[in-house]
Design a protein. Structure first.
Lengths: 397, 235
């Protein structure tokens, strides 16, 4: 038996292709939305993996440096370093900020780290690592910074000495790595007016500016302007030790919150991007409904245009299931054309998204199955109409 | 007379019920032998189309008896459960317009019926091409219906009606869109095919050009048929 659906598609190929292009663009958007979600999850995992940490020690009762503000004394790492099972511990700061690059502002996450310790970018794609204690940065290529370029962060200018890749925050901002001291200053140091104001207020306080105690005021002023806070301590667990056990010890004995990589991943994926995920899921459902409506309308219209042919087919003895299969196959064919176009355009335009779009083969397979299901459902109305066509319509009178 | 290809006795059809009921057929009698071509004529609204739909097993008569190809099809109720198969294997249809399937080429338009009857594509196409050649449209076998002239399309439609060698062909004003020459050519073809395949053909027509070609006519008026002798003039 010949394929009636295939012949009809070939006969009206232009109609199918153009409709398929429209549907394909919709499917492309759908796949891209799924890719954006996957990209967010992958960014979060890369962020955790590339930090080189097994445990994140943060301020008590906070969710850590990525999800909530966290402040620790910058000497907390020393106490952690002395605990059993801890191989390395280092301070890090994270600050989302705008950096001026020529005429444009670039939104970045500035990461303060100690060279050679956890928190350092794991690899470079150009340039070198930070070698000086101040005023050098390594930037993710997505910042658009070039090697040797000078960028201003707060009060100082920094030279871009290295470039890395796939280092973005959980909200997709590219990272800029700078020495810890500089990062602490950028994050915690007050502006000059605030410092002058604070000094005046401190000097006016008789409790802090006691006559006869000449060094007291100076010592207080120095402590007020020093930046001795960090956002987290990254801990690397020694071989043979259980990260959860080490984290539990940190919680119990150092009065800090400590998250293992699994827990941090849970925070990033389930809590931080949960709203975005729900947003995307809602959008995917809407797109699926729109796609179904479009396919349904097109197949329905095409079927209405074939009422006389359907009547003839029924009159000459074509089975209902043959007619239903023809319409179902046409709908699935349209979906297949749309999916191929959608997958192609999603792959082509993915690199132009500001955020990382990860198109997984598994998602493509699921997308294809969903498209086929949607098209099958969308064909039901047209099948119903076709089966209701009276073969007597073919006979005049 | 052989076993008639079409035998109808007291066939009736009523639409609606109660005061709104309309009797479209009020006891039709017909008897047509295999290989015979008869005309069915009558004014609009006389019941021609209703009779054709009953004979085509498209609508169910209200009463009477009807046998197609020697098989009782209706006797107060359908005697054959699978009307679709009955139509496919026993009845060929030729319409006023050819109604060829636009997305199938000429061969497949004709071959579709044997394919639906379960024949292999190869066998169905062989049968279709043979018939198309007999109807002088074999050279257009690979063409799309839209590439054919009106006369060629009607010959392809006749081939489609005959391809399963049905005992009965119902032709509903098959010459209406054609000029005199082409209309008479269609009648010639129908006569030839009826004789060749021993098929009984009923031609419903208003066409004054072809009415004199029938040897026998059924005139239908107010839902009743009246048999008349035709002129049987050569087409």
């Amino acid at each position: 038996m010949i394929s009636l659906a295939g012949r009809d598609i070939l006969h009206h190929w232009a109609k199918y292709v153009f409709t398929g292009v429209g549907l394909g663009l919709l499917i492309g958007v759908t796949l891209s939305m799924a890719g954006i979600y996957r990209g967010m999850v992958d960014d979060a995992q890369v962020l955790l993996r590339s930090s080189g940490a097994d445990i994140w020690a943060v301020q008590q009762e906070t969710l850590g440096p990525y999800a909530e503000p966290s402040n620790l004394r910058d000497d907390a790492y020393r106490a952690i370093l002395g605990m059993p099972g801890v191989a390395e511990a280092s301070n890090v700061t994270y600050l989302t900020m705008q950096i001026r690059q020529g005429e444009r502002d670039v939104r970045v996450m500035a990461v303060g780290f100690e060279p050679g310790r956890p928190g350092e970018p794991p690899f470079l794609v150009a340039g070198r690592r930070i070698a000086r204690s101040h005023y050098e940065v390594v930037a993710d290529v997505r910042t658009g910074f070039r090697l040797g370029e000078r960028v201003r962060i707060r009060r100082h200018e920094y030279e871009v000495v290295g470039l890395t890749r796939r280092m973005v925050s959980s909200s997709g901002d590219p990272m800029v790595f700078l020495p810890l001291k500089d990062a602490q200053e950028a994050q915690f140091l007050k502006d000059n007016d605030a410092i002058v104001n604070e000094r005046a207020r401190t000097a006016a306080n008789p409790g802090l500016n006691r006559p006869g105690v000449p060094g007291l005021l100076d010592a207080i002023l120095v402590s007020q302007t020093a930046s001795r806070s960090v956002n987290a301590v990254l801990v690397r667990v020694a071989d043979g030790h259980d990260a959860e056990q080490v984290a539990e010890n940190i919680r119990r004995w150092k009065h800090l919150e400590a998250y293992t990589r699994v827990q941090m991943e849970e925070i990033l994926v389930s809590k931080l991007i949960e709203t975005s995920a729900r947003q995307i899921a809602t959008f995917l459902v809407i797109l699926a409904i729109v796609s179904a409506a479009i396919v349904s309308f097109i197949i329905y219209t095409m079927t209405l245009g074939k009422v006389r042919e359907l009547a003839v087919l029924k009159l000459i003895g074509t089975r209902n299931r043959t007619i239903a299969a023809m319409i179902l196959q046409q709908s699935l064919g349209l979906g297949l054309i749309g999916f191929v176009i959608g997958k192609t355009v999603a792959t082509l335009w993915a690199p132009y998204f500001p955020k990382y779009v990860l198109l997984l083969p598994g998602d493509a397979v699921r997308g294809l199955l969903a498209t086929m299901v949607v098209c099958a459902i969308a064909s039901l109305l047209a099948i119903r109409v076709a089966l209701k066509v009276d073969p007597a319509t073919a006979i005049g009178g | 007379m052989d076993v008639p290809a079409i035998e109808v006795r007291g066939l009736s059809k009523r639409y609606g019920e109660g005061d709104a009921a309309v009797d479209a057929l009020k006891g039709v009698d017909m008897r047509i032998a295999p290989g015979e071509v008869v005309g069915l004529i009558g004014p609009s609204g006389s019941g021609k189309s209703t009779l054709l739909k009953c004979l085509g097993a498209v609508i169910e008569p209200t009463g009477g008896y009807m046998a197609l190809g020697g098989r009782t099809a209706f006797d107060g109720g359908w005697k054959i459960r699978d009307l679709r198969s009955l139509r496919r294997d026993n009845i060929g249809f030729v319409f006023q317009a050819p109604y060829l399937i636009p997305f199938l080429d000429v061969t497949d338009n004709v071959a579709l019926l044997p394919m639906l009857a379960g024949k292999s594509n190869r066998e169905a196409r062989r049968q279709a091409v043979e018939l198309l050649e007999a109807l002088d449209v074999g050279h257009r076998a690979k063409a799309a219906p839209s590439e054919l002239s009106g006369g060629e399309q009607q010959r392809v439609a006749i081939a489609r009606a005959l391809v399963n060698r049905p005992p009965v062909v119902l032709a509903d004003e098959p010459t209406a869109p054609l000029d005199s020459e082409r209309a008479l050519n269609v009648v010639r073809i129908l006569n030839r095919m009826a004789e060749q395949y021993r098929t009984a053909i009923i031609v419903v027509t208003h066409d004054e050009k072809i009415i004199p070609t029938f040897r026998r006519l059924y005139r239908i008026r107010d839902g009743r048929t009246f048999e008349e002798a035709g002129e049987g003039r050569a087409a």
